[in-house]
Design a binder for this molecule. Structure first.
Ligand code: BGC
Length: 756
């Protein structure tokens, strides 16, 4: 068979962000008329007390009679944090048999990257650049969740963030608005399917609306100041796509956005979400974020906080009860219209009907917690972990470990850390289910595939006790290669867990330095919830595999990739800085009037003492680290190599409002089958508003056998060539564009496009 007969031609038609999802039909749109009639009928029968009950969500982590009584009286519309199917069944029974209006509860839980079976953290899922896989992983999580009677997840988190200091970067799909939107859409489709009432689906929740990812200084819960131009082009698109994908619910953020907390922000919730985007599900506040408007300094007391939130467009209050407690009086006093309360309740009932809760509120017969693990869900979690690993350095092709029976020294505090490999927000994940790297390599050792020497060296990631160093070095001396699995414990990222220093914590850097004495090739595997600053260790190691927090099947996935059973294909969803002082640093920045000129850069130690103000500098960079990050957005190596043709446009001069097509040929010129992510970037050279130097507009992950080539085609539509202005209206302006295609945001080839 000739090489050419392997050639493929793939066409990718991408739609602009504003209209990206070709959804399978919004679950909330099904039988709209039918549901609306039911909602209206029920609403007409409810008294004000029952209505106020619907807008209140309580945390019910332990079975107790007080909660049962509140449900019996119809004073609660939703619970969160209850996962015992027996108690959920009893609460639903009380709700539908004993409460005045017989309305079932909607039962929420943070199922962020898996329920019992934990998949990689969302940042890692984004690193797969494989939305189909992410959709399947989310569907698996939904099935495990609904199996215990929980019918609503507080996911996906689709806050764009460019700050690795922020602990919640772990929960996000990263820095890019397009990738975030695509991943959010995939998760929503996976969680919800096309029928919310199906026994294996749950309602999703797009959070945290909006701007939370821009928390000042990366400190959690902090203020976000986001100019409207940036809000529309960076922070809102993923949420608009979520609405178009039919997401059932939204969560308002904790943060203050431009002086108005997101939870009391009528511009966001009422004007944009309800009126511009036509969202018809319901908005839940974040945990006590209504009451917290007092601390923000925008509400004088609980009554005012409840009023602000309800007026702005929050339908359900999580945990605090400012609106449920005070709206009745405020309605009587004419401060708040009853019709508005009716809308809030209708929004909630609409989702309950769509979930089929009025027909079937209960967990399935025989449901138990934890639900049984499912082979298919496990396999997806393992595949997602392997696909999320990003190979960032591989000097001398030290990986894969190809020897017939490699002698491996397995070192490091995360080589056998069953809880930490699960990462943040793994509430229902069980360390006892985890297969650690140590367990996976031991399995291979039993089969005679490897010789293993294990010595952790450090007990946990922040450990500074060097007592285990000698044993670790002895293990390294016995081996052909050292695999060091380090990084961050799970709790170092996630909510309220920001960091100012992003290096490997504890004595890990010192241990790596020590292991160099063995003279053996050193492979560093980093498990972390964020990009770390690895400058101190990068020169010491031969290979770097970034594994994030990979979940339940970290071990087998890692062994697969290290041993070459799986070829790495992950790409960074976020830029890695060289130093914390570079943050924020991301691919879609503006050019500035004095873009970095490498010729201006002189390493700081070569600048003579007494140098004058104008002797160095002259363009936009830091004197000490220059301008470039350590690793760029989209970066990631493979065990094979790809050759790229220059991109070609079907038409390089285009009348305004028409489309053109860009094509590129990618060929696998290495020795093994591997996947490449073909990334399409645009730059609008001169517009009425300065534009980013690179905007991701499309991508496609392709798998190619050795010698195989593929022509990738992307349609460039007018929507993709336009940008939102500061009011959110799309602008399509004539002028020159650079169309770039490549394997990351830096290594691209470009063509010029003229829009006339
Ligand atoms: C978080 C949300 C989460 C909620 C419920 C809050 O602290 O910000 O993301 O869904 O708690 O657990």
């Amino acid at each position: 068979m000739s090489e050419n007969s392997f050639a493929q031609d793939r066409i990718k038609c991408l739609r602009a962000l504003a209209a990206l999802p070709e959804t399978e039909g919004s679950p909330l749109q099904t039988s709209v008329a039918d549901i609306e009639t039911k909602v209206a009928t029920l609403l007409s029968e409810m008294d004000i007390g029952a209505k106020l009950g619907q807008i209140y969500q309580i945390s019910a982590s332990h079975q107790n009679e007080k909660v049962e009584e509140q449900v019996r009286q119809g004073r609660v519309g939703s619970i969160l944090n209850q996962i015992d199917p027996n108690w959920i069944r009893e609460l639903q029974r009380i709700a539908v048999e004993e409460s005045p209006d017989r309305i079932p509860l909607i039962v929420g839980r943070d199922v962020i990257h898996g329920f019992r079976t934990i998949a990689p953290i969302p940042l890692a899922l984004s690193a797969t650049w494989n939305p189909e896989l992410v959709k399947a992983v989310s569907a698996g999580a939904a099935a495990e969740t609904r199996a215990v009677g929980v019918n609503w997840t507080f996911a996906p988190m689709i806050d764009v963030t460019r700050d690795p200091r922020w602990g919640r970067v772990a929960e996000s799909p990263g820095e890019d608005p397009f990738l975030t939107a695509v991943m959010g859409q995939a998760m929503i489709q996976g969680f919800q399917g096309d029928d919310l009432a199906a026994p294996d689906r749950v309602a999703a929740c797009a959070k945290h609306f909006a701007g939370y990812g821009a928390s000042e200084g990366g400190r959690d819960y902090n203020t976000a100041w986001i100019p409207e131009q940036q809000l529309w082009e960076t922070h809102l698109p993923s949420f608009q796509v979520a609405v178009e994908a039919g997401v059932a619910t939204f969560m308002s953020g904790f943060n203050d956005l431009n002086g108005v907390p997101a939870t009391g922000n009528a511009f966001l919730l009422d004007e944009v979400l309800r009126h511009r985007w036509g969202f018809n599900g319901f908005v839940v506040s974040d945990w006590k974020s209504v009451e917290e408007m007092i601390a923000h300094g925008i509400a004088a007391d609980r009554a005012e906080a409840g009023l602000l939130a309800a007026r702005a467009g929050v339908d359900m209050e999580m945990v605090s009860s400012c609106a449920p407690d005070h709206l009745e009086r405020l309605i009587e006093e004419g401060e708040f219209p009853l019709e508005r309360l009716d809308c809030m309740v209708a929004n909630i009932l609409r989702v309950k009907f769509a979930l089929g809760l009025f027909e079937q509120p209960y967990p399935p017969e025989g449901a138990v917690y934890p639900p049984a693990m499912d082979e298919r869900v496990s396999e997806l979690a393992r595949q997602a972990a392997a696909e999320s690993f990003v190979l960032l350095k591989n000097e001398g092709s030290v990986l894969p470990l190809c020897a017939a029976r490699p002698k491996i020294a397995l070192i490091g505090p995360l080589a056998d850390a069953p809880a930490d490999q699960l990462g943040t927000w793994s509430l229902d994940g069980r360390p006892e289910d985890s297969v650690t790297p140590l367990a996976a390599f031991r399995e291979r050792e039993k089969k005679g595939a490897v010789e293993l020497h294990y010595a952790p060296g450090l007990a946990y990631s922040r450990d500074t006790n060097e007592a285990g160093f000698a044993e670790a070095l002895a293990a390294a001396n016995e081996a052909d290669v050292v695999v060091f699995v380090g990084g961050e414990e799970a709790f170092l990222s996630g909510e309220a867990h920001s960091r100012a220093y992003l290096n490997l914590p504890g004595a890990q850097e010192a241990l790596i330095q020590k292991l160099k004495e063995s003279g053996k090739p050193l492979v560093l595997v980093v498990m972390a919830g964020r990009p770390l600053v690895l400058e101190a260790v990068l020169p010491q190691v031969d290979a770097l595999l970034y594994a994030w927090h990979p979940g339940t099947f970290a071990g087998p996935a890692l062994a697969d990739v290290l041993c070459g059973n799986v070829v790495p294909s992950g790409k960074l969803p976020i830029t890695f800085p060289k130093a914390e002082g570079q943050i924020p640093i991301f691919h879609g920045r503006r050019n500035t009037g004095r873009p970095f000129n490498p010729q201006h850069w002189v390493p700081l130690d070569q600048v003579p003492p007494g140098s004058s103000q104008t002797s160095v500098g002259g363009s936009s960079y830091c004197l000490d680290v220059g301008d470039t990050p350590r690793f760029v957005f989209g970066e990631g190596l493979s065990y094979t190599r790809f050759e790229w043709s220059a991109p070609a446009l079907s038409r390089s001069t285009l009348p305004l409002g028409e489309s053109t097509e860009v094509s590129v040929v990618v060929k696998n010129i290495g020795q093994c089958t591997g996947s490449e992510v073909v990334q399409l970037y645009l730059r609008d050279i001169a517009a009425s508003v300065t534009r980013p130097i690179s905007e991701l507009k499309g991508f496609e992950k392709i798998s190619l056998a050795p010698g195989e080539s593929c022509t990738m085609r992307f349609e460039l539509s007018p929507e993709m060539l336009s940008f939102p202005d500061a009011t959110g209206s799309a602008r399509l302006e004539p002028g020159e564009f650079t169309v770039s295609v490549g394997s990351n945001s830096r290594d691209v080839q470009s063509v010029r496009l003229m829009l006339e």
